[in-house]
Ligand binder design. Structure first.
Ligand code: SF4
Ligand code: F3S
Length: 114
């Protein structure tokens, strides 16, 4: 069961998670990261380092975020194909702190122009 990045990551993108991932399975979009499920080895290292508690093992995802399993697979594959593997920490989104408490949804996730 792979790990999944859920809604709290949107527009925050703190990227602490990528630094601890032993298999570099995070892929980066403009305002969200996704985990490629076939590459993730379920080590749990990323969970405690995310400041907004955005990452869950698939089987422990809160029900309201269950659809993020599909989103991670879909987006990670898309971004992998485009070459957006991320392995080093980078600055968070400009308004990251404000977005921690704001209402958001998967509709806010952006992707790159093709
Ligand atoms: Fe990477 Fe481990 Fe997190 Fe999977 S659980 S994304 S392998 S750090
Ligand atoms: Fe997102 Fe948390 Fe990683 S905000 S980029 S899942 S550290």
């Amino acid at each position: 069961m792979p790990y999944v990045v859920a809604e709290p990551c949107i527009n925050c993108k703190y990227t602490d998670c990528v630094e601890v991932c032993p298999v570099d399975c995070f892929y980066e979009g403009p305002n969200f990261l996704a985990i490629q499920p076939d590459e993730c080895i379920d080590c749990n290292a990323c969970v405690p380092v995310c400041p907004v508690e955005a990452i869950y093992p698939e089987e422990e995802l809160p029900e309201k975020w269950e659809h993020y399993t599909q989103w991670n697979e879909y987006l990670a594959n898309q971004w992998r194909e485009m070459g957006y593997n991320i392995t080093e920490k980078s600055p968070p989104m400009e308004d990251a702190e404000e977005w921690e408490d704001r209402e958001k949804s998967e509709e806010d996730i952006l992707t790159w122009d093709v």
